[in-house]
Ligand binder design. Structure first.
Ligand SMILES: *Cc1c(COP(=O)(O)O)cnc(C)c1O
Length: 414
């Protein structure tokens, strides 16, 4: 048993705040969106965190997400629902390096359920348990539903999941295997979200859509806390983040603000660079048009299912983080994603998910464009285990009952 999970710690949550209007709400109650219909953010008494926790204390804690307990919303240790949310490694890709800057992949595929959705959903489900929720519903492109199903099963919470009918098959089946009730829907994730919203009254379920409850951001925030600690509180120049609903982008930026407020990091923060697929790039379009919100991206399509989100309720929070950090948003076409995935696997032995490969392709594209320098150190994100996604077929076959012509192996026959 992880010793972090055996002792009670006080919570430092002060209140919840509407991310748009700033309206304050009481924290210790079940909330969805703010009265303005926007995401709620968790606000902490940062002075008290500063007094209660030191970097040295932190350094001696177990290597999992709960080491950041003071920055997290769960009040009672008994409500923590955990599947072992390990810290994830930074893997350097030397073959991508072209100057003084280093290129790291934050490999989130090591987390439970094989994606970084585990960070957000372990927190959201723990808080749902704490606040007495018995039944949840969620639209998903795959990985969020898988994490929600797993943690809900563990918490004894009933889950109803709705996904686009072309969601990766492995996701659909892992969701079902992990105890959820799941339906394929002939639409996109926003169409699935409408079903969740419409069924609230009849089914009495709590809406677990991205950013429609306050705590997934807090779970995803641990990426930022973890990165800061891994880099000894001096973060690299830029972070390339494959952006769908934007929870991680918003969460990381929130983490950096909180760490800055307590004086644990200073100086320039990393530039936040949102990576989207050319076939679904609402945030890129809004960034380039200089607007505060994004509009629905028509005919959304891409091989990178996790970032096929044509409309996101946290759009203004993403755009704020991107602009405040001096970053930008950029789009990558599907062919570049597929090529980058194959190249990194073949050259570096790291099998990325398509969304992760999009950050590699984006890094290379932006080196060429000059928006990022070869002297900049950067973090790319692999958000899910590469083995969850289809790979090109392999044709090589041998008959072991016949004599083998070893010369055939010399060429590139596979
Ligand atoms: C959900 C997901 C993303 C996008 O993350 P957000 O924080 O929702 O923007 C990227 N890649 C994968 C594999 C995902 O599952």
């Amino acid at each position: 048993m992880n010793s972090n999970l055996t002792e009670d710690r006080p919570t430092f949550v002060a209140h919840l705040e509407c991310g748009f209007s700033g309206q304050r709400l009481e924290a210790n109650k079940l909330h969805g969106l703010s009265p303005a219909g926007k995401p709620l953010l968790v606000k902490y008494d940062l002075e008290k965190i500063r007094a209660a926790l030191s970097k040295e204390t932190l350094a001696h804690r177990p290597a999992d997400l709960w080491r950041y307990r003071e920055f997290l919303p769960v009040r009672r240790t008994e409500n923590i629902v955990s599947l072992g949310e390990t810290l994830t490694p930074l893997i350097e890709l030397a073959s991508l390096r072209s100057g003084a800057g280093q290129v790291f992949v934050k490999d989130e595929g090591r987390l439970p359920t094989g994606s970084f959705k585990a960070r957000g959903l372990c927190m959201a489900i723990s808080m749902a348990k704490e606040l007495g929720v018995k039944r949840i519903a969620m639209p998903t492109n795959g990985n969020a539903g898988a994490a929600a199903a797993a943690y809900a099963a563990r918490a004894g919470i009933e889950s109803f999941i709705f996904c686009p009918e072309d969601t990766p098959e492995i996701n659909v089946r892992e969701i079902a295997a992990q105890g959820a009730k799941i339906w394929r829907v002939n639409g996109l994730i926003n169409d699935c979200g409408k079903i969740v919203g419409a069924g609230k009254e009849a089914m009495g379920w709590f809406d677990f859509s991205t950013l429609k409850e306050p705590y997934r951001i807090e779970g995803k925030k641990t990426i930022g806390l973890e990165l800061a600690e891994q880099f000894q509180w001096r973060l690299p120049h830029a972070i390339f983040y494959p952006t769908g609903g934007g929870t991680g982008l918003i969460g990381m930026w929130k983490a950096f603000q909180e760490l800055k407020a307590i004086g644990w990091i200073d100086g320039p923060l990393p530039r936040m660079i949102a990576v989207q697929a050319a076939g679904c790039a609402p945030i890129v379009r809004a960034f380039e048009q200089g607007t505060e919100h994004a509009t629905l991206f028509p005919n959304a399509h891409t091989v990178a299912a996790g970032i096929r989100v044509p409309a996101a309720i946290g759009d203004f929070l993403m755009l704020r983080a991107i602009r405040e950090s001096g970053g930008f948003a950029t789009a990558i076409d599907d062919n570049s994603i597929i090529e980058a995935r194959q190249a990194v696997a073949a050259r570096e032995g790291l099998l990325l998910c398509p969304e992760g490969a999009a950050t590699v392709a984006a890094y290379q594209q932006e080196l060429r464009s000059g928006r990022v320098m070869s002297s900049d150190s950067v973090i790319l994100f692999n958000c899910a285990n590469g083995n969850k996604y289809p790979l090109p077929p392999v044709t090589g076959q041998l008959d072991c009952t016949q004599s083998i012509d070893f010369h055939q192996f010399a060429g590139d026959s596979l």
